[in-house]
Write a protein that binds this ligand. Structure first.
Ligand code: BDR
Ligand code: CA
Length: 296
């Protein structure tokens, strides 16, 4: 199993991504780091800790990371921390003393050339780790990023997707670096949902109490229409690249200038280094089935 580090911002879909990851034989979770975004970085660490407790992965170190973007004041998408109200505070798992970027570097050096990183929050921690160690891309095997809205509107603003828009400077530096990067954008993740009907059905038919409970919690947490699985889709891509059915490769330009396009991600032309893989389509039912199996 590939040593894997998850950098996350404590949302419901971040929790589902973690659950998928720890349940898969394809990955071995070696560390979790937290970043501002959905909630504060300490709250994101606490949410991850509770998920790791529920999934019997208390031993995995968790480090608190950047609580603000590189170049602007923080803006939280869900300051009321809805996940905290569903799963409660962690009981035992306390964050380690290292900062997130230090833990990222330590894990990258320990697993040089083998570490996979799943980045499912703003890219601030990865950017500061990269600043401290410019050779980081050579130490990391794969970087899978959930982020960007290229063809459809964003979810932070009309133009910006949240993970990129919360820290455009960090995203620009990470996506221009020499990582073997796979970007799983909002254009794709918005199409892979767990409908309320699918979840209610799962509550009825689930073969285990844990799965029934998880499905019921998801129903409670899910908005009226459907639960968006964003980060879980990125985790599924990392765990099983065979679910990907269409990709493209291109340089990515992030708008850093203030104004309505701030944080927008676009395919760029020219000689800039291309992002290796931008996922355009996946087998959505396989993602849902993987998730279902993970929750069992
Ligand atoms: C991304 O932003 C966050 O709200 C979600 O957790 C996901 O990582 C979707 O744009
Ligand atoms: Ca996230």
């Amino acid at each position: 199993a590939a040593p894997t580090l998850v950098d996350q911002d404590g949302g419901l879909d971040d929790a589902l991504a973690l659950a998928l990851l720890v349940s898969s034989p394809a990955a071995r979770l070696v560390a979790v780091t937290s970043v501002h975004g959905n909630v504060t970085a300490p709250a994101a660490a606490a949410n991850a800790a509770r998920v790791l407790e529920l999934y019997e992965h208390r031993h995995v170190p968790i480090a608190i990371g950047a609580d603000a973007p590189l170049a602007k004041p923080p803006h939280l998408a869900h300051p009321r921390d809805p996940l905290r109200h569903v799963i409660g505070a962690p009981r035992t798992n306390t964050p380690c003393a290292e900062a997130a970027d230090e833990l990222i570097l330590r894990q990258a050096r320990t697993h040089a050339g083998e570490l996979d990183i799943l980045a499912i929050g703003p890219l601030t921690n990865i950017a500061t780790a990269l600043r401290a160690e410019p050779k980081l891309p050579r130490l990391v095997r794969r970087l899978v990023v959930m982020g960007g809205a290229f063809e459809h509107p964003g979810n932070l603003t009309v133009h910006a997707e949240a993970n990129i828009g919360h820290d455009p400077e960090a995203a620009a530096s990470v996506l221009a670096a020499d990582f073997a990067t796979t970007v799983v954008p909002l254009d794709l993740t918005r199409t892979v949902t767990a409908t309320r009907r699918w979840l209610v059905q799962l509550v009825r038919t689930a073969p285990s109490i844990r799965m029934k409970t998880t499905a019921a919690l998801l129903v409670l947490a899910a908005p009226r229409r459907a639960l968006r699985l964003h980060d879980a889709v990125a985790a599924a891509v990392l765990l099983d690249p065979a679910i990907v059915t269409a990709t493209r490769s291109s340089p990515v330009r992030i708008t850093l200038e203030p104004g309505p396009h701030h944080g927008q991600s676009r395919h760029a032309s020219g000689s800039a280094r291309p992002v290796e893989t931008i996922v355009r389509a996946v087998d959505g039912e396989r993602v849902r089935v993987q998730l279902l199996m993970a929750l069992t």
